[in-house]
Design a binder for this molecule. Structure first.
Ligand SMILES: NC(=O)c1ccc[n+]([C@@H]2O[C@H](COP(=O)([O-])OP(=O)(O)OC[C@H]3O[C@@H](n4cnc5c(N)ncnc54)[C@H](O)[C@@H]3O)[C@@H](O)[C@H]2O)c1
Ligand SMILES: CC(C)[C@H](C(=O)O)[C@@H](O)C(=O)O
Ligand SMILES: [Mg+2]
Length: 359
């Protein structure tokens, strides 16, 4: 069966890194992968053309795709749009919500070659391999009511942090199953000392635990989790948490691996359809300069092959190609260190493609 892949480059560095992913997809096709690649608009670039960050045409294409690859959205050009529903980020959130992509996998894995690029001492991060499982379609990102309105003569802003038991249970199951396939340790991160919604979260995780007797479940408050991630990150195997805590903790975990430019992600729904994107944003500060690290995007292609297309061998080939490029001492600016060769986005893409061809 021919798999349909929808490529959504987005804004800022999005198109620069998506171009490298497109070349990699072509190389996969040449190596026998049966895919058809289509492109679409999302985010600010879609707003500029259609007045909407998620045009109906893009959503339709996304619904019928086996997998979606997204660069990044957003940027200062669109930060002043008053109608929040038209902001680029709403395009991304709309895709997640409309496709029911509730299960966000964010692996923070250190390539040994990058130990010195991490902001922590090499011995703290050597061998680091954490999987953050973030709930992606609920919590405070989507809770109602929300808004900014005038109360007692002044403006107030408000959001609602809400999870139903069934939402907690389904992300819990994703995390327990992930832990079963990995180191069999699951840490659920919450703020159950303050927030009722996470008291319920903790209760549901506890209720699920006996169904996964081989997994050791622990709980941690989010403030402590942030501290532990930079104190002793290797204590973690799988971490499960809600939408906002997962957003924050995954950026922190990214830096342990050398750069946020290294972290791919998968967002899956109940039927295994997925959207794949780097964890980083559109990096307006470096956009258009050919210096962005395309590896998170290229590793997102590998995750797509593994989780949506069932092409594990080809996914491993991409990951091995990235490893061999790092072995060769090639680095984009964000992961540069002494004695290594600094190269730009396109050249990093070239190097991965060359290594992929040799695998
Ligand atoms: N998934 C997404 O599309 C996504 C994720 C996060 C932020 N955003 C949006 O991106 C815009 C910028 O947000 P931000 O600055 O807070 O976060 P960011 O992740 O875009 O950038 C943070 C820092 O990391 C650097 N960086 C990010 N990706 C990099 C890469 N591949 N290579 C080298 N350096 C990289 C940037 O140069 C910047 O200094 C905002 O509009 C935000 O809403 C989008
Ligand atoms: C751009 C934004 C909506 C998004 C999020 O907060 O989920 C981003 O930060 C991410 O991590 O994917
Ligand atoms: Mg984020």
């Amino acid at each position: 069966m021919t798999h349909k892949v929808l490529l959504l480059p987005g804004d800022g560095i999005g198109p620069e890194i998506a171009a490298q992913a497109a070349r990699l997809l072509k190389a996969c096709q040449e190596a026998g992968l049966d895919i058809e690649v289509e492109e679409g608009l999302v985010g600010g670039s879609a707003y500029d053309v259609h007045g909407e960050p998620l045009p109906a045409e893009t959503l339709e294409k996304a619904k019928v795709a086996s997998a979606i690859l997204l660069g990044a959205v957003g940027g200062p050009k669109w930060d002043k749009i008053e109608d929040l529903s038209k902001r680029p980020e709403k395009g991304l959130l709309g895709l997640r919500k409309n496709l029911g992509l509730f299960g966000n996998l964010r692996p923070a894995m250190l390539y040994p070659q990058l130990a010195s690029a991490s902001s922590l001492r090499p011995e703290l991060v050597a061998g680091l391999d954490i999987m953050i499982v973030r709930e992606l379609t609920g919590g405070i990102y989507f809770g109602q009511p929300r808004g900014i309105e005038v109360r007692n003569g002044e403006r107030v802003g408000f959001n609602t942090y809400i999870y139903s038991e069934s939402e907690i249970e389904r992300i819990g199951r994703v995390a327990f199953e992930m832990a079963q396939k990995r180191g069999k340790k699951l840490c659920s991160v919450d703020k159950a000392n303050v927030l009722e919604v996470t008291i319920l979260w903790r209760e549901v995780m506890e209720r699920l635990a006996p169904e996964y007797p081989d997994v050791e479940l622990s709980h941690m408050y989010v403030d402590n989790a942030a501290m532990q991630l930079v104190r002793a990150p290797k204590q973690f195997d799988v971490v499960v948490t809600g939408n906002m805590f997962g957003d924050i903790l995954s950026d922190a975990a990214a830096m342990l691996t050398g750069s946020i430019g290294m972290l791919p992600s998968a967002s899956l729904n109940e039927s295994g359809q997925g959207m794949y994107e780097p964890c980083h944003g559109s990096a307006p500060d470096i956009a258009g300069q050919n210096v962005a690290n395309p590896l998170a995007m290229m590793l997102s292609v590998a995750m797509m092959l593994r989780y949506s297309l069932n092409e594990n061998a080809m996914a491993e080939r991409i990951e091995a190609a990235v490893g061999s490029v790092l072995d060769d001492g090639l680095r984009t600016a964000d992961i540069a260190s002494e004695g290594m060769q600094s190269i730009g986005t396109d050249a990093m893409g070239d190097a991965v493609l060359a290594a992929f061809a040799k695998q």
